[in-house]
Design a protein around this ligand. Structure first.
Ligand code: GLN
Length: 336
């Protein structure tokens, strides 16, 4: 079947949930106007609230109970309108007692009829998650069956840091999340993220922050990417000599491929594995995100490493990437 996917890259303004919802709807309506709507819409990690919250008090007003908050409402609206599945990240509170909650960084998957299909909680946390009092999922990585148009996909959701080594301390080649996907025969991997840009650094001075913040003051056109001729742009070795918002952050795109290593070094002939990364863009305080939302297909044939040249052959396709600094939609139909 052909699975029609829309990865919706947003630059939400922290705490401006209603504005962010309006903007998301505007971008999606523009992208789907006079086009066949997709089977699956993915939005980023904490897609409508913003991500870089200082502490628990800061995020408190935006926490949502599963299947009840503003993010879920928008996801359901999209699912019902376009008769598709919608996945989006949101900050979840789970009640412990009448005035005590556990907080998770979650992503909710909603069916075309508006029901909750799956609620995944981030397992590997980033420092920012800990700042706002988020706790690890007690269930770890999970795989489940997802039915789309009569086709069952073994699916796994990961959120941003889930793709990295645990706390950046585990061995790089443990590839925890990708190995989980491989071992569980997952064929659809969905990753909402708020991934940082490779041009960004923790050591940025206020000057750096100001310089990049200024770059984002200019309104950039919404990118509706349906152009398959540029699919492999992140693989081209040329790097521009300065930061260009509408070009992908190629290093981040290639890093994501590197982190999926088990999906191409371990063969799975005849069983394609599809990976969709929906990242956010923009500046938030002193943090800058990477955009570059991308779709990868790992086809299952063996990979080969040429010792003499250092070249690696991977049996895979890149189905496009968005720019690093804009908002937009990556629209693709993938045969699976
Ligand atoms: N380490 C990831 C990054 O560099 C994680 C961020 C996150 O979990 N949101 O962006």
């Amino acid at each position: 079947m052909k699975l029609r996917i829309a990865a919706v890259q947003l630059n939400p303004i922290i705490g401006h949930v209603e504005d962010n919802c309006r903007r998301a709807v505007q971008i999606i309506e523009m992208a789907f106007k006079s086009r066949q709507p997709p089977d699956l819409i993915i939005l980023p990690e904490l897609a409508l609230t913003g991500y870089n919250f200082r502490n628990r008090e800061h995020i408190n007003p935006y926490l949502e109970l599963k299947g009840q908050g503003r993010s879920y409402k928008l996801g359901r609206q999209l699912s019902e309108k376009y008769h598709c599945h919608t996945l989006l990240g949101y900050p979840e509170k789970s009640r412990l007692s009448s005035n005590d909650f556990k907080v998770y960084n979650s992503a909710i998957l909603i069916s075309p009829s508006g029901d909750v299909v799956f609620n995944y909680r981030k397992t590997f946390l980033y420092e920012t998650d800990e700042n706002w009092g988020c706790v690890e999922s007690p269930d770890g990585f999970q795989a489940f069956n997802l039915n789309i148009k009569g086709h069952t996909f073994k699916t796994s959701i990961g959120i941003c840091m889930d793709l990295n080594p645990y706390k950046f301390k585990a061995p790089f080649d443990k590839f925890e999340f990708a190995n989980f996907c491989y071992k569980n025969d997952v064929d659809l991997v969905l990753l909402p993220t708020a991934w940082l840009n490779t041009s960004w650094s923790e050591d940025w001075t206020q000057n750096d922050v100001d310089k990049y913040t200024k770059l984002y003051h200019k309104e950039e056109a919404i990118e509706v990417n349906t152009d398959e001729s540029q699919n492999e742009i992140i693989l081209a070795p040329e790097e521009p000599d300065h930061f260009v918002r509408c070009e992908p952050d190629k290093k981040t795109g290639r890093y994501w491929i590197l982190r999926m290593n088990p999906l191409y070094t371990k063969p799975h002939p005849g069983k394609k594995k599809l990976v969709i990364i929906c990242n956010r863009s923009g500046m938030e305080g002193s943090m800058m995100y990477a955009g570059t939302s991308s779709i990868f297909e790992f086809n299952g044939g063996p990979s080969r490493f040429n010792e003499a040249t250092g070249d690696m052959f991977i049996d895979f396709n890149v189905d496009g990437s968005l720019g690093q600094g804009n908002e937009g939609v990556l629209l693709r139909g993938v045969e699976i």
